[in-house]
Design a protein around this ligand. Structure first.
Ligand code: FO1
Length: 330
């Protein structure tokens, strides 16, 4: 059957897959699950930011989604727990240990649990589902892969700079350095986690959340097989631009685009996504660029995309799904 004939409106009860990074994606998901049944939503989450510190397995994006949807997120940072205490980190600092990555006491408990379960042989997706259930989440939360994928950054300076770990770039260096390249170590042999392919193939709509195109969405769509599945159904794939007015809403996405040779605008986002997504939700501030987004191969939908409060996220999710009426798969 042709893609055209297999489409319908995004009805209640329709399944929705969301490709997700950390903070922006979590806010979008919080809006989505307030206007669409959470049980019909699957979040497929970046694991390129994952790393080991103090011997603990840390999965920042999975945890940010979990804490946000459980209404336990620290509202000031957008990551970590609300009402957190810092006794362990403070004592670690006093001892001269590594305290550059801020792990609060409650957050540490989660990393201890994940590390213990992994050492017992549980996969990342099994542990993720256990943690999600413990927080009462009703959506399905999947790491894009159970195999290790590690984002590695090569600084622009000096010319012979060695690759560094993503969290070294993002947190230790506060993404304050120019970069030459991004690589996802291990991705060539990574397999989609159980449920990922099924969700991508059978969801009525796939949403690419407003996350960094390189370091959040890149390690998801570059898992072998994922980009091809999306490209084959690109008419029912919609992305939300993380770039507004030529800069990222949060984090280094805009700077990264420029440094990696892309136009740091919603048009640059459209050029990156057009191969596998047919529609781009973009901000009112960029409405003059809608024709250029169309030229880049994506249908523009112009709306307010800033999610300062949950009600704005609900409105953005509603507009995003509404834009897919008539394009959703049955
Ligand atoms: N981001 C920071 O900028 N500084 C931190 O100290 C930090 C600690 C941290 C602890 C747990 C967690 O789940 C996330 C944390 N993040 C921190 C965010 C993390 O670096 C994410 O990878 C980025 O937000 C990119 O998505």
């Amino acid at each position: 059957m042709s893609e055209k004939n297999r489409t319908t409106a995004v009805a209640s009860g329709a399944s929705i897959a969301v490709l997700a990074g950390g903070v922006g994606a979590s806010r979008f998901l919080r809006g989505l699950v307030r206007m669409h049944q959470p049980a019909d939503v699957t979040a497929i989450v970046n694991v390129g930011d994952d790393f080991t510190l103090h011997g603990l397995s840390i999965s920042p994006d999975l945890d940010t989604v979990t804490y946000t949807l459980a209404e336990q997120i620290n509202p000031e940072t957008g990551w970590g727990r609300a009402g957190e205490s810092w006794r362990v980190l403070t004592e670690l600092g006093r001892l001269g240990g590594q305290d550059w990555f801020q792990l609060g006491d409650l957050d540490l408990a989660l990393h201890l649990y994940r590390t213990q379960r992994r050492s017992e042989g549980a996969s990342l997706s099994q542990v993720t589902s256990e943690i999600a259930a413990s927080f009462g989440l009703e959506l399905t939360l999947l790491p894009v892969s159970d195999d290790p994928i590690r984002t590695r950054i090569t600084p622009a300076e000096p010319a012979d700079a060695a690759e560094i770990d993503f969290q070294d770039y993002f947190v230790a260096q506060q993404h304050g350095i120019s970069i030459r390249s991004v690589r996802f170590a291990g991705i060539e042999t990574a397999r989609p986690a159980p449920g990922v392919v099924e969700s991508l193939e059978h969801s009525a709509v796939v949403v690419v959340a407003p996350s960094n195109p390189f370091v959040s969405i890149g390690p998801v769509v570059d898992v072998p097989g994922v980009r091809d599945i999306l490209a084959q159904r690109r008419r029912s794939v919609v992305a939300v631009s993380p770039i507004v007015g030529g800069a990222s809403v949060k984090g280094p996405a805009g700077a990264m685009m420029r440094e990696l040779g892309h136009e740091p605008s919603v048009v640059g986002v459209a050029r990156l996504y057009a191969e596998f997504a047919g529609t781009l939700v973009m901000d009112n501030a960029d409405r003059d660029l809608a024709p250029a987004v169309l030229d880049a191969g994506m249908s523009p939908v112009v709306t307010d995309t800033i999610m300062s409060i949950p009600e704005q996220a609900v409105a953005l999710a509603r507009t995003t799904l509404h834009a897919m009426s008539g394009r959703a798969r049955k």
